[in-house]
Write a protein that binds this ligand. Structure first.
Ligand code: FES
Length: 105
């Protein structure tokens, strides 16, 4: 872990059921925590296209569809799956430590 990164605890893993997402605001970040089949992934909550909130989007497998203009992102990589989004959403490597979803940011 480099000196300018810190570990942030986001939520209890049990609080995010498989196939759902939770919005977390911490340390100046607004994040979406996703549970994809028991694996946790964290992205910025803000859609890169506009005012959409990805934690409020529609999730199917590892794709989230923005609730605003229906653009789609891959939850694991942040890559755009479907327009009108053009820019990948930022992702944060997530791990579960003592039952808490944790990132380094
Ligand atoms: S704001 Fe998300 S697709 Fe436009």
């Amino acid at each position: 872990m480099s000196a300018d990164k810190k570990r942030l605890e986001l939520c209890n893993a049990a609080d995010v059921a498989p196939g759902t997402a939770l919005k977390i605001e911490t340390d100046g970040l607004v994040l979406a925590v996703f549970n994809v089949g028991g694996q946790f992934y964290v992205t910025d909550d803000a859609c890169t296209h506009g005012p959409g909130s990805l934690s409020e989007g529609y999730i199917e497998d590892d794709v989230v569809e923005c609730n605003f203009h229906n653009g789609q992102f891959n939850i694991r990589t942040g890559e755009v799956v479907s327009p009108p989004c053009m820019v990948a959403v930022r992702t944060y490597p997530a791990m579960v430590v003592d039952g808490r979803v944790t990132i380094e940011a």
